[in-house]
Each structure stands twice: as C-alpha cells, then as structure tokens.
Design a protein around this ligand. Sequence first.
Ligand code: C2E
Ligand code: CA
Ligand code: CA
Ligand code: CA
Length: 280
Amino acid sequence: AKEHGRNSFKVFHSGMNIQSYRSFQLQNDLRKALERNEFKLVYQPRIHIGSSKITSAEALIRWDHPNWGMILPSEFIPLAEESNLIVEIGKWVLAEACRQNKAWQEAGLEPIRIAVNFSSQQFLQKDLIETISSILTDTGTAPGMIEIEITESVIFKNELAMTQTLKKLRNMGIYLSMDDFGMGYSSLKYLRQFPVHSLKIDKSFIQDLSSRSPESLSLVSAIVSLAHSLKLSVVAEGVETEEQLNQLRDLDCEEFQGYYFSPPVSANEFEDFLFKSQDK
Ligand code: C2E
Ligand code: CA
Ligand code: CA
Ligand code: CA
C-alpha cells in the first residue's frame, strides 16, 4: 500500500511539473516571441451563404514555439493578457493581416475584408485610434478592409468608453462585429447602443442545431431575426455539417465559417481558395 501510494504521488507530481514547467517557459518566452518572429496568422474563410463565395477571412494567431511546437491561442492569449503583452501582440496581428491582405491584392485578387480579434486591454490604450490609423497608413490599407471582432465581455467591461471608441472606429470606416454572440452578458438592451455592423452567433448554438431540437432552432432563429430587425448582418461560426448550413440558409443567415467549408489555413492555402472563389 505504501509503495502504491508513493507511485501515484510520483506520477501525479511529475505530471504537474511538466505542466507548470510548460507554462513557466511559455510565460518567459512570450516576451521574446515577437522579436523572434514566432507568431503567425492562419486564415479561416467566411462564406456568403447565397453565392457560396468567400467574402472575408478571420485571422487567428498561432505561436510556433521552438520547444513545444504549435501553440493555440487558448493557451497563450490568457498569458499575454496577464502580462499586457497582448497590446504589442495585437498591433502585430493587425499589421500582419494588413500586409497579407495587400500582398493578395498585389497578386491580382479582388480585395476582401480581414477580421481580427481584439482583447479588452487593447481598448484600454489611450492611443488606440492613432495606433490603428498609423498601421492602416503604413500598410496602405483602406479601413473598410479591416473588421474588428469584439466579444460581449469586452464591450460590457466599460460600456460608456467602449461606445465612444466603437463610434470612432466605425466613423473611420472600420467594420465591427460582435463575436460569440449569446455567450456573454447577452444584454439585448445594449445591442442597439453599440454601433456594430454584424453579429457572430457563437458556435455552441450552431452545434446544437444538429440535435434537431426545435428549441435550438427557435433560439438561432430568434437571434437572426433580432439582428435583422436591428439592421445587422449575421455570421454563423462553427458550421460543421451540411444540415447546419441548410438550416441557416432557411433562416436567411448571411454568412458562415466553420470546418464544413474549411478550418483556418495558412496564408498560401487561403490564397489558393481565393483564386478559385474569384474564378482567376
Ligand atoms: P474565436 O474568435 O471565437 O475563434 C473561433 C475559434 O473556433 C477558432 O479557434 C477556430 O479555429 C475555431 N473554429 C473554427 N471553425 C470551427 C468549427 O467548425 N468547429 C469548431 N469546433 N471550432 C471551429 P482558435 O484559432 O483556436 O482561437 C481560439 C480563440 O483565441 C478565438 O476564439 C479568439 O478568442 C482567440 N484568438 C485567436 N486569435 C487571436 C488574436 O489574434 N488576438 C486575440 N486577442 N485573440 C485571439
Ligand atoms: Ca473571433
Ligand atoms: Ca467566435
Ligand atoms: Ca470564442
């Protein structure tokens, strides 16, 4: 019994060590990752349900770590937010998305919009508007080619200031969408107050559509109607099956993204998608 106890202690403990060693190392290396050029963006196509054409892409960050390999944002974005490094990383994400978009246009493709994700700390920067403006100028990007995705929890952290900032961004011509809609505070009352162009229905609602339960269908249908009555367009995320897509088409949802069409892919693979979609 004693031996067994010691063994299970050892297993448990070494497991914990690897985990804490990993997060210790990631936290340290995060500082150097930007200058070492270890981040990259992958792009997930967003499809217009009516025409089946690619309308835009969501840029999602990846970290190619020298020891640990590819690391997903769910693991390092929280660390970057804790240390406020997210502000610098966020600038890199926007600039890289703009540079890539420019490169696609120079390759002869028609311009598309690229969506980037923003954390709340980025909105707390006093020079946010100036920072975004200079990135757009430096990369020769029209504001309408950029979309900023904001989650409800970011918006409701500081309603008044956020409303002002979002209005400024919208007046600049930047496209705004509310991400993960339905998951956060879901304050329908505030939806009118925030000047966003579109809603992204969270993937958990879309995945429930597969269960063919009338309740999940009603819920998604209600979100689409609400958005349309406020003149917002609707993007469904996490679409994995043809059945989900057909249901969304019946509900007059405008756009979708998800594994059914494609997971996020490298810039090169996305370029191939664009050439096909634009018949070039
Ligand atoms: P999100 O903004 O809600 O992004 C959607 C996530 O769903 C992505 O995960 C995407 O790969 C995944 N996804 C796409 N289609 C499907 C599908 O059909 N089924 C399922 N199950 N999943 C699908 P990813 O790339 O791991 O990103 C996770 C989260 O990390 C993002 O959630 C976003 O909140 C955050 N994130 C990613 N890139 C950035 C960034 O550049 N800056 C900031 N601040 N956050 C980022
Ligand atoms: Ca997003
Ligand atoms: Ca989302
Ligand atoms: Ca999310």
